[in-house]
Design a protein around this ligand. Structure first.
Ligand code: BES
Ligand code: MN
Ligand code: ZN
Length: 509
């Protein structure tokens, strides 16, 4: 597996500065209808100011949302004008988006130094802009050999936010925390973008162990294939046994010394999903390398929490397997016994995510969690329902559901509430020879029947009348983990969606 450290790319560092002296290229966010007189440009040389005023009066730049005008080599100094759109439509999502657009517009001709005219900005808006800038500062080029030969300058760029004095410290602290979270997002994206010949279950495990070595508060342990067999993790084993790259379960424990209930996050980690014996059609099958998206979000989240200095306890569980057709692969018709003891009639080997998750969810119960959240690129049906714009969100707990929904809204990663209905659950338990089945009765409602299937493996606590299922939520990220065309922070490939949602849910920041 190639090294998956910081990626070369734009590679920027953000600094917050109380001085409004212009260094390098000016980045100037403007709303529609702004003129330069309105904008605070105290440190900007008058010649550049005049040039900007001219571009505005000529109509070269209107300030439409996401509009970019680069002024380079046409006069004094350099500037990048960035459109915020109409003032009445301005919100954090817009600031994040235009930050990303600004990064995308950076060219070698702008040099390596930038100053954002931020004196008039609200601290939270500026933070969102910085976040967008950092998120978009990503490229996955570890497999490109041509970069080695040319002498492209991949040294770090510095972006200074020129702020009012009183804003610098809180903004600097926020941006520093965000940078750790963004690193987690980029970790998730790196894992997702990594080709499946290099990212297989034990490669993920090794990378996780290696990462944890750098942090005393973070512990990573691996349940190997042999151990999974011994412990009766029949879901994980059944899905992964047909591959020469054997399955495993990777467990991240942050601040495990702390007592009391804490969140457990479970991720589907199918490093490649051929469908198994129920094999998928060839077109676009390459995209099934992203089928480990849930597990990559677990890793990215654990990294984000670790590096942002979160002091609470959190556990992550990644269910890693490769779903291959083979002489020793599972068959449609097999009945497997899961870690929970429940048996499943496997009617379609392509409904494999729910099989590995059945063991992951049951394992989560051993931590007596405050709540369990699973993330999975689980169903094509969820993409049909919600497209690439929102993840599906199911929960057995109203409070948890609304907290996830709100955290998602706050960071611009939508998670849309979907129904958990008894009828769907009934459909999934209708097997003549096993406790449950991994396929619905027909094709309708496939995302809901999948969620209902998972619910059967959510552990309970308490005895008798007091027995109650642990609060649990399921995020189907099949449409949002890759393929979004409207996401300015992601040029292409894996998105790392919900690293930021869950970081916010857990830390409140
Ligand atoms: N990984 C797929 C789901 C998927 C499909 C994600 C397309 C993104 C795009 C999952 O393992 C799968 O194959 N699901 C089947 C379930 C069916 C057999 C019940 C599906 O959605 O067709
Ligand atoms: Mn599948
Ligand atoms: Zn799958």
């Amino acid at each position: 597996m190639p090294p998956l450290g910081p990626q070369p790319g734009i590679n920027m560092r953000i600094e917050i500065s109380p001085s409004n002296t212009l260094h390098g290229t000016l980045i100037l966010p403007l709303t529609q209808g702004d003129d330069v007189a309105d904008a605070s440009l105290t440190g900007v040389p008058s010649a550049l100011k005049a040039q900007i005023a001219n571009a505005l009066s000529e109509g070269d730049f209107k300030g439409k949302k996401g509009e970019i005008l680069s002024l380079v080599g046409t006069g004094e100094g350099r500037a990048l004008l960035v459109g915020l759109g109409k003032t009445k439509d301005l919100n954090r999502d817009v600031w994040r988006e235009i930050g990303a657009k600004a990064t995308a517009a950076m060219k070698p001709s702008h040099g390596k130094e930038f100053t954002v005219a931020a004196e008039d900005g609200d601290m939270h808006d500026l933070a969102a802009m910085a976040e967008g800038m950092m998120l978009r500062d990503y490229s996955y080029d570890v497999y490109l050999t041509k970069d080695d030969d040319d002498d492209e300058d991949d040294s770090e760029a510095v972006v200074r936010f020129a702020c009012e004095d009183e804003d610098t410290e809180p903004l600097a602290a926020t941006v520093k925390r965000m940078a750790s979270v963004v690193k987690g997002v980029h970790r998730s994206r790196d894992l997702g973008n990594c080709p499946p010949n290099d990212l297989y279950p034990m490669a993920y495990a090794r990378q996780a162990m290696e990462y944890a070595e750098g942090f005393e508060r973070l512990n990573v342990s691996v349940i190997t294939y042999e151990e999974a067999l011994e412990r009766g993790m029949g879901g994980l084993v059944a899905v992964g046994m047909g591959s020469s790259r054997k399955p495993c379960m990777v467990i991240f424990e942050l601040n495990a010394h702390i007592t009391g209930r804490a969140p457990v996050i479970v991720g589907k980690g199918i490093t490649f999903d051929t469908g198994g014996i129920s094999i998928k059609p060839s077109p676009s099958m390459d995209e099934m390398k992203y089928d480990m998206g849930g597990s990559s979000v677990v890793f990215g989240l654990m990294q984000a929490l670790t590096e942002s200095g979160w002091e609470g306890k959190v556990t992550g569980i990644a269910c890693m397997a490769e779903n291959m057709p083979a002489a020793n692969a599972q068959r449609p018709g097999d009945v497997i016994r899961t870690y929970s003891g429940k048996t499943i009639e496997v009617l379609n080997t392509d409904a494999e995510g729910r099989l590995v998750l059945s063991d992951g969810l049951w394992k989560a119960g051993e931590y007596d969690p405050e709540y369990i959240i699973d993330l999975a690129t689980l169903t094509g049906a969820c993409v049909v329902a919600l497209g690439h714009e929102a993840s599906g969100l199911w929960s057995n707990d109203d409070d948890l559901r609304s907290r996830i929904h709100e955290a998602g809204n706050a960071v611009g990663e939508l998670a849309w509430p979907m129904p958990l209905l008894p009828a769907f659950e009934k459909e999934m338990t209708d097997s003549k020879i096993a406790d449950t089945r991994n396929l619905g009765a027909g094709r309708w409602g496939g995302a809901n029947t999948a969620a209902a299937f998972l619910k059967q493996f959510v552990p309970s606590r308490g005895e008798g009348d007091d027995e109650e299922q642990i609060p649990w939520a399921h995020l189907d990220i099949a449409g949002t983990y890759w393929g979004a065309k409207t996401n300015a922070t992601v040029k292409h490939g894996a998105t790392g969606v919900h690293v930021r949602t869950l970081h916010r849910l857990i830390t409140g920041e």
